[in-house]
Design a binder for this molecule. Structure first.
Ligand code: NAD
Length: 480
């Protein structure tokens, strides 16, 4: 069992002000695997003060971005050298199958660090534009102290997707980790320190929503970046709005995978399933609504059902496992409740539908629903488990209308024999990212959501600019 009894604040491990602790429970063994302090408001005060000091009184924010980028490059290399250990730690925290963990939980963060290190070395923080009386110097300046709040499903990825652009911008950060997954951030701060991150630039508070809410409204915070559920995101946005505090929100999703008539089902369906149940279905970008043309509906449903019924469910640390347990008993119960609701509303289960028979662990069987109407709860709510809905459509216009008939707009995919035509369909889906004949996240392109999937964008230069204020200096016209 990993026990951390200190908090990382101001570059040191300091004693927490409170006595409360958070137990981290392995979702497979159901045993306690770690314990960390439960951060208090007083701990947040200390963390924000340390971040403030590092921003206001050190050269972190004024040194060349290329020097800050070096920290990211080194951190990426250290993470790469500890890939398997970190993947196993995160799988133990939240149940991700090891094979997926290596890629999604550890390799992906190194790619984000590398991307922002590259951007930091070349990004133009100042440019000159013509003004009315003379040139105008347009500067991009770091916003200051950023409060970063993350969920449990891809913890290191979420940490890094916020820290990397914040650091390149020159911001300092107070990171509040999710109560389910606080352990990996302890390793991350060790790695960042080894990579040369100065004291106070990163401060970490493990804790729940109350301490998160306190951090969002803290008077010395300049910027809020939040990833989590849309319900919590609305509260964070309201709190930030009442302070007119810049706020980036990455929230839930209910993405549609549109299979066009004539698509090669043998090639397409395995990829849709990978993108539908990755991370045990606990992914904001999961492709959980599979839209099939009426004429191919039964074929698609049968192929999806067969593939889902063959997925290997079990110990996340077993390399053969494709579906591990859900993060918590409450998450398993929530998913089972939504499955019941799907049945009650008239959808037909073609495989799965219950708990998976394992000796221990919070498992739900890979589940497929047929005869789904898009108005049903299972097609509207984010389930966050290994549950897919196959929905028929009559023509392409109605496929696009179904895809867009959602409170969410985070991601999606279009699958078809004619890539140009599939791209044209993708243009009509109201979603922040969408893939044609594959699913991926491009770290150099903006990522985020339409509608209730969020506000603002992460990744790409846009993700860096979310931590930058713009300033226009009208230069002395006489200076030439
Ligand atoms: P959650 O909203 O319950 O919690 C997310 C984080 O916010 C946690 O650290 C939590 O302690 C904190 N929090 C909750 N309420 C808060 C409040 N009022 N003020 C401040 N902090 C608060 O979400 P979760 O269950 O941890 O994560 C799953 C959700 O995250 C899903 O909806 C998923 O789609 C979403 N998500 C989105 C993205 C994305 O990039 N769009 C990525 C990963 C996960």
């Amino acid at each position: 069992m990993i026990v951390q009894d200190r908090l990382y604040i101001g570059g040191e491990l300091v004693a927490p002000t409170g006595t409360g602790t958070i137990d981290v429970i392995n979702p497979y063994t159901e045993e306690i695997t770690g314990r960390v302090p439960d951060g208090t408001n007083a701990d947040v005060d200390a963390a924000v003060a340390a971040a403030r000091r590092a921003f206001d009184t050190t050269d972190w924010s004024t040194r060349p971005a290329s020097e800050r980028a070096e920290v990211l490059t080194k951190a990426s290399a250290i993470i790469s050298s500890r890939m398997e250990e970190l993947a196993a730690l995160i799988s133990t925290e939240m149940g991700s199958p090891l094979g997926w963990s290596i890629f999604g939980q550890v390799l992906a963060p190194t790619m984000v660090l590398d991307y922002y290190a590259g951007l930091g070395a070349t990004y133009e923080f100042e440019e000159t534009r013509p003004g009315l009386f003379g040139p105008v110097l347009v500067r991009r300046e770091p916003m200051g102290v950023a409060a970063a709040i993350v969920p449990w499903n891809v913890p290191m990825f979420e940490n890094v997707i916020k820290l990397a652009p914040a650091f390149i911008a020159g911001c300092t950060v107070v990171l509040k980790t999710a109560p389910e997954t606080p352990l990996d951030a302890y390793v991350l701060h060790e790695i960042l320190t080894e990579a040369g991150l100065p004291p106070g630039v990163l401060n970490i508070i493990p804790g729940g929503r109350e301490v998160g809410a306190y951090l969002v409204s803290h008077p010395d915070v300049d910027k809020v970046t939040f990833t989590g559920s849309s319900a919590a995101g609305m509260k964070v946005a309201a709190a930030a709005g009442s302070l007119l505090r810049p706020c980036t929100l990455e929230l839930g999703g209910k993405s549609a995978a549109i299979i066009l008539d004539g698509a090669d089902l043998n090639a397409v369906i395995p990829q849709i399933i990978d993108a539908g149940v990755m991370n045990n279905g606990q992914a904001c970008v999961a492709q959980t609504r599979i839209l099939a043309p009426q004429g191919q509906y039964e074929n698609v449903l049968e192929a999806v059902t067969e593939a889902m019924s063959k997925l290997v469910v079990g110990d996340p640390l077993d390399p053969a496992t494709q579906i591990g347990p859900l993060v918590a008993a409450r998450q398993r119960d929530r998913v089972l409740g939504l499955i019941d609701q799907g049945k009650n509303e008239g959808a037909r289960i073609t495989t799965g539908g219950g708990r998976s028979e394992q000796p221990t662990g919070w498992f739900v069987e890979p589940t497929v629903f047929g005869d789904v109407e898009n108005s049903m709860t299972i097609a509207q709510e984010e389930i966050f488990g290994p549950v897919l809905s196959v929905i028929p459509y009559s023509d392409e216009a109605s496929a696009i209308a179904i895809a867009n008939d959602s409170l969410y707009g985070l991601c999606g995919t279009v699958w078809g024999a004619d890539a140009a035509h599939a791209t044209d369909v993708a243009r009509q889906v109201k979603t922040g990212t969408i893939g044609v004949n594959h699913f991926s996240m491009a770290f150099g392109a903006p990522f985020g959501g339409y509608k209730q999937s969020g506000l603002g964008r992460e990744l790409g230069p846009e993700g860096l600019e979310a931590y930058l204020e713009l300033k226009s200096i009208s230069l002395d016209p006489a200076a030439g």
